[in-house]
Write a protein that binds this ligand. Structure first.
Ligand SMILES: [Zn+2]
Length: 389
């Protein structure tokens, strides 16, 4: 089903970046919502617009403020993921430093979008320790269950634990330059909400329900202040079916245009897969699943750098143990391990020579994620968010 014509998102003008702004004077957190960071994902913009309208009609006693912006306006107008560069892969320090030069040269559509979004963030986000919840609304090309993505901090886990959708950890280890990681590193609770497939009208409805529940989860509203609270909760719970509550990335199949990657038809998001299952093919032949798990984000669209991911359940005892070692700050003992030393330049970072899957599991337990690697060493670092753990 296509989205209704009246709700199409198109046309770039002065007012289209800001979707809406709602507050009624009570102190509280900032809920910063972004829709359409990818231009072929209009559901987030539609949901944020409807949500702000609903806030204005019902006028619940919101503690704090909710403000919503549209992401890649040029790409939304064309219904494409991006024009030249993926706006959700260019939030690295190096890329951000390049913005002025790109703007001077002209004809850099995503640099323009990025500088406008940076301004929106700067102008509206209060300084720490004011609580900020960043809610980044996306959709996917495959059918299947909705889910959320978070950086691996205890604050993110606590927040998302109150919203009934499967949460994926570790995506930032696999992709560089997402806005989610940028916001996570600045000390905010940051969640990407993947509401479902691009053109399914249910996707915007799930986004709306997730926004209501996010306002409750962040302390902006009480459940009794939400019109139809049980309906919103049931809508998300029923979309979860029997999926695990927390999962982590085990494998990413990265692709380039020259690979001629094609996903086999019929796969859906978060379906179970076994090692050896053939799920796609490229110019070198069939592509198989490396280990048992669930298939995440199978790519059924032209643009994108990720063919698919494999995720697996993160059991409750691993999360409990992980929370304990972080609260006790046991990571200070990590340099006692053989082949591990503190990074000379970056805080909360270690250089590791022992490159095995066990090393990754150990560092993940302590809240560290693999960021970069060279020929002989890995670098693990923790969110720079001083309020997160
Ligand atoms: Zn997206």
């Amino acid at each position: 089903m296509e989205l209704e014509k009246t709700e199409e998102v198109s046309g770039r003008d002065e007012s289209s970046r800001l979707i809406g702004d709602y507050q009624d004077g009570r102190p509280g957190p900032l809920f910063f919502v972004l829709g359409g960071l990818h231009g072929n994902e209009p559901s987030g913009v539609i949901a944020a617009r409807r949500f702000l309208e609903s806030l204005k009609v019902h006028q619940p006693p919101l503690r704090g403020r909710m403000i919503a912006f549209a992401g890649n306006l040029g790409a939304l107008e064309k219904g494409k993921r991006f024009i030249e560069r993926d706006l959700n892969r260019i939030w690295t320090d190096t890329q951000l430093r390049r913005i002025p030069a790109l703007l001077d040269r002209g004809k850099a559509p995503e640099a323009e979008e990025q500088s406008e979004l940076l301004l929106a963030l700067e102008e509206n986000i209060p300084p720490p320790p004011h609580p900020v919840y960043f809610l980044d609304l996306h959709s996917i090309s495959a059918p299947g269950a909705p889910f959320t993505c978070i950086g691996d901090t205890l604050a993110n886990q606590r927040f998302i634990g109150r919203i009934p959708l499967p949460a994926i950890l570790g995506l930032q280890e696999s992709i560089d330059g997402s806005l989610l990681e940028y916001m996570d590193n600045r000390g905010y609770v940051a969640v990407a909400i993947e509401g479902g497939s691009h053109n399914d009208p249910e996707t915007a409805l799930r986004h709306e329900s997730a926004l209501w529940l996010a306002l409750v989860a962040g302390g902006g509203l009480s459940p009794s202040d939400v019109p139809d609270y049980s309906m919103h909760k049931n809508r998300l719970e029923s979309s979860m079916k029997k999926l695990p509550r927390f999962l982590e990335i085990r494998y990413r199949h990265g692709i380039r245009p020259a690979d001629e990657f094609v996903m086999k038809p019929g796969f859906y998001n978060l379906q179970s897969v076994l090692a050896g299952d053939v799920v796609a093919q490229d110019r070198n032949g069939p592509i198989t699943i490396p280990e048992r798990g669930r298939l995440l984000l199978p790519l059924y669209q032209g643009q994108g750098e990720d063919g698919f991911f494999v995720v697996r359940e993160l059991p409750w005892w691993r999360r409990t143990l992980s929370a304990l070692v972080r609260i006790l700050q046991l990571w200070i003992f990590l340099p006692c391990l053989m082949g591990v030393r503190r990074h000379p330049k970056f805080s909360h970072s270690f250089i590791v020579q022992t490159r095995t899957p066990r090393t990754v599991a150990l560092f993940n337990l302590f809240g560290f994620r693999k960021r970069r690697q060279n020929e002989t060493e890995w670098i693990f670092s923790r969110s720079r968010n001083p309020f997160a753990d």
